[in-house]
Design a protein. Structure first.
Length: 306
């Protein structure tokens, strides 16, 4: 459903569509997809919502996930994913790119770009992946002010507050922070870097009736759980934030090594989408047909005779 050729563009705001998914009772499964091509492939696989990771966007730009990218960088990615897929997208808002006014600017920019939801985290810059050590947390009042600012600025966007407090302050502090963020206007809570099934279950038990987001990232502190297992533990949403980038980056690494080794790509053809498969993914022929239907050669008549 790329927006140029679509005749079924969603009329309802993405945030409302995302809320309806949350209301369905089934866990909302969101693989990472921060590029138009990945959004199309995820949609083709049957996913109905997507996640955009700040770490994935940063790495694609050749940067570490330390809060270095800007609102405009992210909005550019949001627009292409939304235009390509038409699906509701949850966007990583990092720390909000500043204080309360900056958070309001971020919310308006992301909504304008078509985002359905955003999450804010309670770290200080330079922020880190939630599964790394030595994270520095913002004060509770400071984070609550950002959540309240996001709530005030949004029209339909779902606001999710992330807390990284479990690792450095413990479960009691993380729960207390989460409750404060809910009071400030958060629609849901994202407890980051929980390390056992028991921790996931305890957090959910202490947040009755609250919509919770689980992060299933590889090579971190969280053991592998399936979407069904997270739902059974009390979680309403699950993301796989950087999985697509990890697979793609390994594929590119192997391709470049093969070219250096073999002097060409002949040994890698079975690892590639064919031209026909790529064209089918991006809807090449639908664009071509639309163009042909709009542009028709007009044969001029002869010069008028006097």
């Amino acid at each position: 459903m790329p927006y140029v050729i679509a005749d079924d563009l969603p009329a309802e705001p993405a945030g409302l569509r995302f809320r309806r998914m949350l209301d369905s009772g089934a866990i909302v499964q969101m693989p990472g997809a921060h590029l138009g091509i990945s959004a199309l492939l995820a949609k083709k696989a049957g996913f109905e919502a997507l996640y955009m990771s700040g770490a994935a966007m940063s790495a694609t730009m050749g940067l570490p996930d330390l809060g270095m990218i800007t609102v405009d960088d992210v909005a550019w990615h949001v627009r292409q994913v939304v235009r390509a897929s038409g699906l509701p997208v949850l966007v990583d808002g990092d720390t909000g790119y500043g204080e309360a006014l900056n958070v309001m600017h971020m919310v308006r920019c992301f909504e304008e770009a078509g985002a359905a939801a955003v999450h804010l985290e309670d770290q200080l810059l330079p922020k880190k992946c939630g599964h790394l050590n030595d994270k520095k947390l913002a004060g509770v009042d400071e984070m609550a002010a950002k959540v309240a600012a996001a709530r005030r600025a949004r029209r339909h966007l779902v606001v999710i507050a992330r807390t990284d407090a479990v690792a450095s302050e413990g479960m009691d502090a993380a729960v207390a922070r989460a409750r404060r963020y809910l009071d400030a206007g958060a629609d849901a809570i994202f407890p980051e870097a929980l390390t056992t099934r028991e921790m996931f279950e305890e957090f959910a038990r202490r947040m009755p009736g609250v919509r919770l987001l689980a992060n299933m990232t590889e090579f971190g502190r969280t053991p592998f759980f399936t979407a069904a297992e997270f739902q059974a533990m009390g979680y309403a949403m699950v993301i796989w934030p950087v999985s697509h980038l990890r697979v793609a980056a390994r594929g590119m690494e192997e391709l470049y090594a093969a070219i250096r080794r073999d002097g060409g790509t002949q040994g890698m053809l079975d690892r590639m989408q064919t031209r026909a498969e790529l064209y089918e993914t991006i809807g090449y022929h639908a664009y071509e047909a639309l163009d042909a239907s709009l542009i028709r050669t007009v044969v001029p008549e002869g010069m008028p005779q006097g």
